[in-house]
Design a protein around this ligand. Structure first.
Ligand SMILES: [Zn+2]
Length: 437
């Protein structure tokens, strides 16, 4: 792994990289950042943590690309236990202008509590209180598969704190903090999501992964909070987006913190550093008649490897033009039961000799992928398993070794708990590294 690149669609916001490796995003007409990305760190499976990650920022048309380049010495240290996870977090801006909130109770009038520095939830002086909250800018339109978790935090005002759980509801109807009332909120469309008890006397944390994604996609209009048991005679008070006391008032206002990840790959290239002579671009592959049923799986696998301009392979019907043939063949029952395997050949179409681990000792000019007709589990065409298996074998053709430490790599063997059926960035980055692309 060299770098991990995160793409930011900022919707017109300007991004700046700060000296402490955080990134702040500003509207073009404001000096107040609407959100911040924290400095990244990485950790391995043994729990070792490293902050040595270079951060760079580049503008490409309407997007920003943030690159995280981890310290290679730390990554390659023999004590490292893979997989390594790079773990940046990003939080919604706690600027007052980024937060809409208020609360309602029976008998209120429009805008009665708009602008207050805290909001109430629960029964207070004989009236039931419910709160509404949303953020105007949400950080990062990241790939949802990269989000590990998103937490919404509400800090408690001291002196009112009891340990009673509060429910979070997703709201779908339009609302404005200056006009919403108890009566108008009764007709609003909303759904109960869950509830949580406070952490000590300091705050409530709500797990909001799906709500966060829905907010980004405009599928909700914010969140409502109410007591889980509205029959009890108790209330809590929480700091609002308008709170302005203390030395750093923003620390007490509501926020969402998102942790996202990118898994890295330890092994790239065979141990002997051998590869396909002539490279992986502008090459041809040939589908043997026996494997014709797998033709669309093969094309699917090619497409996965072709992303980010990693490889380019087109199909040929002239077998002599091919550097990668695919066959569906019977292997002697005494041979291994793998679902597929790859054979490497030199210019005279003789098999390249292997080392003790079965890796080819020399560069190869041509490969054959055999889908094993006598496997314990024979591949079925047009399934995610057959696409994944073929993509895995292609990785071997391009020079990648097994990557059994990383279940998110297509080069992790199925029997070692592979969790993906598609070629991943770490796999493509491995190929790029082998060929210096
Ligand atoms: Zn393999």
């Amino acid at each position: 792994m060299d770098s991990i690149v995160i793409r930011l669609e900022t919707n017109g916001l300007n991004a700046f990289l700060n000296d402490d490796k955080t990134v702040s995003l500003y509207p073009s007409d404001s000096e107040t950042a609407v959100f911040h990305m924290s400095a990244p760190y990485m950790y391995d499976t043994a729990g070792a943590v490293c902050h040595e990650i270079d951060v760079s920022l580049a503008r490409v048309e309407d997007e920003y690309l943030i690159s995280y380049t981890p310290d290679r010495e730390w990554l390659e240290d023999e004590s490292r236990v893979y997989p390594v996870v790079i773990d940046p977090t990003v939080s919604t801006s706690t600027d007052t202008s980024n937060i809409d909130d208020t609360y309602v109770h029976p008998g209120d009038y429009a805008g009665q509590h708009y602008g207050e520095t805290s909001f109430k939830v629960g029964n207070y002086q004989g009236k039931l209180n419910r709160a509404f909250l949303r953020f105007l800018h949400y950080p990062l339109e990241v790939d949802e598969n990269n989000i590990i978790e998103a937490w919404l935090t509400l800090k408690m005002v001291s002196g009112t704190t009891t340990a009673n759980p509060i429910s979070i509801l997703e709201v779908y109807s339009a609302w404005q903090p200056g006009t919403i009332t108890w009566n108008s909120h009764l007709n609003m469309s909303r759904k109960y999501i869950g509830h949580t008890s406070p952490v000590g006397t300091s705050h409530y944390s709500f797990w909001v992964n799906d709500l966060y994604l829905n907010a980004i996609n405009g599928q909700n209009t914010g969140f409502m909070f109410c007591y889980l048991d509205e029959g009890i005679n108790d209330w809590n008070q929480l700091y609002s987006g308008n709170y302005n006391g203390g030395s750093v008032p923003g620390l007490l206002r509501p926020s969402i913190t998102i942790t996202y990840k990118a898994s890295s790959s330890a092994s790239v290239g065979f141990s002997t550093n051998t590869k396909l002579t002539g490279g992986v671009r502008g090459r041809r592959y040939y589908v043997g008649m026996t494997a014709e049923d797998f033709a669309s799986d093969i094309q699917y696998a090619i497409n996965g490897w072709s992303q980010d301009n990693t490889i380019s392979f087109s199909r040929t019907s002239v077998s002599t033009q091919s550097v990668m043939d695919i066959y569906f063949m019977e292997r002697s029952p005494s041979m291994d039961q793998a679902r597929a395997y790859t054979l490497y050949f030199n210019t005279s179409k003789q098999e390249v000799p292997n080392n003790s681990e079965g890796d080819p000792l020399y560069d190869w000019y041509y490969c054959q992928i055999w889908i094993n007709k006598s496997a314990a589990e024979v591949l079925v065409p047009n399934t995610s398993t057959s696409r994944a298996t073929i993509a895995h074998e292609m990785g071997h053709v391009f020079g990648l070794d097994e990557n059994n430490d990383n279940p998110y790599s297509i080069m992790c063997q199925y029997g070692h708990g592979r969790l993906t059926n598609n070629v991943q960035d770490c796999d493509r980055n491995g190929v790029k590294r082998i060929y210096g692309l």
